[in-house]
Design a protein around this ligand. Structure first.
Ligand code: SF4
Length: 358
């Protein structure tokens, strides 16, 4: 039994009446010399307790800015969160003061990033850094916090944790540093872990081990919001998938349904050539993106005049569960057959491919 540090506490409701996270119409702009980028453009989604939701899309699709907007760690300026509401555990997370947001960050919502060096201080041992994170959250003696730090290192798969707790970050490999960063994120026992491309900067063997760590956290009941451009990681971890393009969500649904029947033309393109699409630069993708109608219409082989009308096309159900897609062809006057035919050719990616790479 731990004693919460009163200065860091927010109220946990443990209520099942509402999702852990509910985002509605989130809109974030970024000012650049070339004009305003609509980085996140009216995004809505939920994360339930114990659920792993993956946001997938190419670089510049708005995945990271969406997640950094949730706890306002997106740099403001040049970014500004201009619209939307965020409910976390039934309480508003928008329009709150910085002191409240600081208590949320790290305590109830933790972030890990592609580069673990962002989370690690080279002049302190990894143990000291985990102990500090624990003592911000809990009022516990140093010896208790140290034992807990060793337990956390074991939990994320660091061998000889009781010895390595006194080592410095430079004595760890990149994959090990990422595990230490996860241990620091877990120190506060957060309700929601936001992981931004945590497996991108490591080789496939380390990637598979990090996937195991993230899967064990999800199995333990933690909610995870995972950002990745790697569909193999999505297949291995996700309960639900959100596909982003041009700052908008274009397809959403259970991973099994989206992967067996990718229904938005962009999702199909991503599945067909995700290595190529996910790595194209922000600018090459951004230059072509309209700010009204369907953002994908300049690249879509199925575009019709209606795709340029109004705002983002409405979501329409396409399959079992809550699998839906933002595309005019799935509406009452559309013709989805040609698009669904293409889904049979889209390359399904399975978690087995992750195993095959090891
Ligand atoms: S709304 Fe139009 S442009 Fe957008 S994906 Fe559907 S067919 Fe293509």
């Amino acid at each position: 039994m731990t004693t919460p540090n009163p200065s860091t506490q927010t109220t946990r409701t443990d209520s099942q009446d509402h999702p852990l996270l509910a985002v509605e119409g989130l809109t974030t702009h970024i000012e650049t010399e070339g004009g305003t980028i609509h980085a996140v453009d009216g995004v809505s989604f939920q994360v339930d307790r114990g659920e792993t939701v993956c946001i997938v899309g190419e670089s510049g699709s708005g995945k990271s800015v969406t997640c950094e907007s949730l706890t306002e760690i997106v740099p403001q300026p040049p970014a500004s969160i201009v619209d939307g509401s965020i409910q976390f555990d039934g309480e508003p997370l928008h329009d709150v003061d910085e002191a409240f947001m600081r208590r949320i960050r790290g305590n109830r919502i933790a972030h890990i990033f592609q580069n673990p060096q962002q989370a690690l201080d080279p002049v302190y041992t990894v143990g000291d850094q985990i102990v500090e994170a624990i003592q911000i959250h809990e009022t516990v003696p140093e010896t208790t916090a140290r034992e807990r730090a060793i337990d956390l290192l074991r939990q994320v798969g660091i061998p000889s944790a009781s010895d390595r707790v006194d080592e410095y970050p430079h004595e760890f490999s990149g994959g090990m540093c990422q595990r230490v960063a996860i241990a620091i994120a877990l120190a506060a026992d957060p309700d929601l872990l936001i992981a931004d491309e945590p497996t991108t900067a490591v080789d496939v063997t380390v990637q598979a081990r990090l996937i195991e760590v993230l899967r064990s956290l999800a199995d333990g009941g933690m909610s995870v919001l995972l950002i990745t451009h790697d569909l193999r990681v999505v297949a291995a971890l996700a309960d639900r998938v959100l596909v982003m393009y041009g700052g908008t969500i274009v397809e959403r649904g259970p991973v099994s349904s989206v992967f067996t029947q990718p229904s938005h033309p962009y999702t199909q393109a991503l599945f067909d050539s995700y290595d190529e699409l996910s790595r194209r630069s922000d600018r090459s993708a951004r230059d072509e993106i309209p700010t009204n109608g369907c953002r994908f219409r300049n690249e879509c082989p199925h575009a019709v005049d209606a795709c340029a009308e109004d705002d983002q096309p409405a979501f329409h159900a396409v399959a079992r569960g809550d699998h839906s897609v933002s595309c005019v062809h799935y509406g009452p006057s559309g013709d989805p057959d040609a698009i669904l035919e293409a889904s049979r050719d889209a390359r399904p990616v399975t978690s087995a491919e992750v195993t095959d790479d090891d």
